[in-house]
Design a protein around this ligand. Structure first.
Ligand code: ADP
Ligand code: MG
Length: 728
């Protein structure tokens, strides 16, 4: 194995950066490989174009005749671009994306060959998907799944394949993917937010959730990454002694991007731009060889698709540049892990950001309305929102003093807190003219100014208001953003629809003016959602105690965090908002728990293999050379040999102790795995993997890292942290 390590180091040392040609302006590349409006104008009939546009903007259905026309146009465009295949591109519940390619090519009954792709192929496909996770929904023979075209996310060509974004549902209607629930949640937020936005502007017809993610990742030399069994199998290092230098010098953060990484980024950005992903910023992150990429924000469904596509493209381009890209949330102990901040807001079809104040009192009251309702929603459903970012890999990052804790809270900064405090004092019922003027001028009226110089930032908060959007920071680097976006938009939709009802009652029954009614309801929300607001240090131990007093949930691991998905309240919420049925919730929970078990199980197996087949043999190997040496010394020095060989004997002793301990721990872990596997329910199994198996990973690692420190560098089998993290 150490041969593999030294071979990899030699190979990585020979790398030079690949020259990437910058050909013209990025704006000219933008969307070249996307079947966007420009291509539709060229390849679709006017009628088909109008129908697709109304499907996108009004959610109308596309009939079969039009689907045939669209398919015809898409095919013509795809063939003109050199595509040979098409695929329904979808997001199964675990894993990121899936696709099954079919050739356009077909043979007619008379034996002639032709390129075939019609409405039927565009609209619906039945992937042979029996092995995708379904949480039992598709157990019966009849309940097969099919993929269905999502016209709101444009088709694109990746390599030589026309990719058609689709949802994946069972024939009985249940969602088997992450996109179908997201689309339902986006529909719910549109309805709820539009009717609230109409209090302030009658012209609003539609509200979009917007999402701008920031993707963090590590770039590791391909040969070095491939030389590590754990990185290959689990995406993270299960053992590895910290390098003498980590991130403490902060010399990587926002530093000059190394040239190999820069070539990769240029190539990546060009490809992304062609695929219509509006990538914009790139920089070094905190840990060595860690980077970040962020696009311009987009409508949430499209943005989610773009993030998934980005991750696929990144893997491909990284490979071409002899890198392995790591999306795992915690690939290396002792240095920062990777997250994916989700910046979220709501925008109207009239071009207004609802979380941005405006120039009139009404606009500011509108801002406050959406601002306070979001706070209230997160307060009511904090545990649910936490569940949306739970995964085996993110468990290693959340609360690890580099990422927000598992407790959900909201940071809004001192000045906005002061505004909310003032609003708490608003009178019940009707407001006097003086009070209205005071509110207009000195409270609500001040908001735009406040936000203009709102430099108040808190990096430790999991949900922070950042001037014109909220930023959700606990999302893992690997996570499909559809999950947090589905839950966030669902809970805010529910909150807004409750708000609408309460305001309407005050207007209709209590004869309050609209603004008075809004102030009255917001006042109560501000009072009752106070516990979720926290501006202090989210990493501190004091916050854990304080949060407990506030009765905020603190679900530190995935099995715990997922429980809330099937609580009575959650089932009622998702049913009312028409996002997920009880059957779907249970199925999705089961799939997530199952994924958790599998991940921990695989890590456990890989770790056993590393210990038995690599670590112990390496330590024994070194032991043997020490023994030979000591024996030689004994021959020469006779009785006093142990004085001469004192150091070696001491090392031998230490190695012996660690060997015994690592073997013992590994055997116990294996026994714990066996016990966990024998448990009858998926919940018990997940909990056993979490509480009985996983803790061994730490103790085994400790022993391995001590051995790594003792054993000769020449025989150590695994590429070391300094080699992985500091190769450029
Ligand atoms: P910062 O000052 O924190 O760097 P930016 O305004 O540059 O913030 O935005 C950071 C991220 O937030 C970007 O990925 C961007 O796309 C996203 N973003 C900005 N505005 C919105 C919005 N209205 N809705 C959703 N995401 C947004
Ligand atoms: Mg950010």
């Amino acid at each position: 194995m150490s041969n593999t390590r030294f071979g990899a180091i030699a190979e990585s040392g020979k790398r030079t950066h690949r020259k990437v040609e910058e050909t013209g302006k990025r704006s000219q590349l933008f969307g070249q490989q996307v079947f966007n409006e420009e291509k539709m104008l060229q390849f679709l009939t006017k009628e088909a174009l109008e129908k697709v546009k109304s499907a996108i903007f009004q959610g109308t259905k596309i009939d079969r005749k039009i689907a045939d026309q669209v398919a015809e146009g898409m095919k013509a465009w795809a063939l003109s671009m050199g595509a040979t295949h098409y695929t329904h591109w979808f997001q199964p519940l675990t894993g990121s994306t899936a696709e099954k390619h079919d050739a356009f090519f077909d043979i007619l009954p008379d034996g002639r060959a032709m390129e075939k792709f019609g409405g039927a192929q565009l609209v619906q496909q039945e992937p042979d998907a029996s092995s995708f996770p379904s949480g039992g929904i598709r157990n019966t023979f009849e309940a097969r799944g099919y993929t269905a075209w999502d016209p709101t996310s444009p088709a694109f060509i990746y390599k030589t394949t026309l990719c058609i974004p689709t949802i994946f549902v069972a024939y009985t209607g249940e969602a088997l993917d992450n996109k179908a629930p997201l689309l339902r949640a986006l529909h719910a937020i549109d309805e709820a937010a539009t009717s609230v936005a109409q209090y302030f502007d009658k012209n609003v017809r539609k509200v979009y959730a917007t999402l701008g993610w920031e993707q963090e990742y590590f770039l590791i030399d391909k040969a070095l990454a491939k030389s590590r069994l754990d990185l290959v199998m689990t995406g993270r290092t299960l053992v590895g002694n910290a390098a003498a230098k980590g991130q403490q010098l902060d010399d990587h953060y926002f530093g000059v991007i190394p040239s190999r990484a820069l070539s990769f980024m240029s190539d990546l950005e060009k490809q992304c731009t062609k695929l219509g992903i509006p990538v914009k910023t790139r920089h070094n992150e905190v840990a060595p060889n860690q980077f970040e990429l962020a696009p311009v924000f987009e409508e949430a469904n499209l943005s989610v698709d773009h993030n998934l596509l980005l991750m696929d493209v990144m893997e491909e381009i990284a490979d071409q540049h002899n890198f392995t890209v790591l999306f795992h949330e915690k690939p290396f102990a002792g240095v920062n892990g990777s997250g994916k901040h989700n910046n979220w807001s709501l925008a109207t079809d009239t071009g207004v950001n609802l979380l941005s104040p405006g120039s009139t009192p009404m606009k500011n009251l509108q801002f406050l309305t959406f601002f306070v309702n979001t706070i209230k929603a997160v307060d009511t459903y904090e545990e649910l929102l936490r569940s949306s970012i739970a995964s085996a890999s993110n468990d290693y990052r959340l609360g690890a003093n580099e990422a927000p804790p598992a407790i959900l809270s909201i940071f809004i900064g001192k000045q906005l807190s002061d505004v909310l405090d003032e609003l708490e004092g608003v009178s019940q019922g009707k407001l006097s003219p003086q009070e209205k003027t005071e509110l207009k001028l000195n409270v609500v009226g001040k908001i735009p100014e406040i936000l203009l110089d709102n430099t108040d930032r808190n990096r430790t908060s999991p949900f922070a208001f950042t001037g014109n959007k909220f930023e959700m920071r606990g999302v893992g680097a690997k996570t499909n953003c559809a999950k947090p976006m589905t839950i966030l938009n669902t809970i805010v939709a529910k909150q807004l629809s409750d708000f609408k009802k309460e305001v309407d009652v005050l207007i209709d029954k209590k004869n309050l003016k609209k603004d008075e009614a809004v102030f009255n309801v917001l006042r109560e929300y501000i009072k009752t959602s106070k516990r979720i607001r926290f501006d202090g240090d989210g990493y501190g131990i004091e916050w854990q105690d304080e949060a407990r007093k506030r009765k905020l949930s603190n679900n530190k691991n995935t099995p715990e965090a997922l429980q809330v998905l099937t609580s009575k309240n959650s089932i009622a919420l998702f049913k009312e908002m028409d996002v997920l049925s009880e059957v779907e919730l249970k199925a999705h929970q089961e799939v997530e728990l199952d994924a958790y078990i599998l991940h921990v199980q695989i890590e456990g197996r890989v770790l056993s293999e590393m210990v038995y087949n690599h670590i112990i043999p390496a330590a024994v190997n070194y032991q043997n050379s020490l023994l030979t040496n000591v024996q030689g010394l004994k021959e020469i020095y006779g009785a006093v040999y142990n004085k001469v060989a004192e150091g070696q004997l001491n090392i031998l002793e230490q190695i012996g102790e660690h060997l015994a301990e690592i073997k013992k721990q590994t055997d116990e872990m294996t026994a714990a795995r066996r016990r966990a596997n024998g448990l009858s329910t998926i919940n018990k199994k997940a909990q056993a993997y979490c509480n009985d198996v996983r803790p061994f990973f730490e103790t085994i690692r400790e022993q391995s890292d001590k051995l790594e420190k003792l054993v000769s560098d020449e025989v150590w089998p695994f590429t070391k942290y300094r080699e992985l993290l500091f190769a450029k």
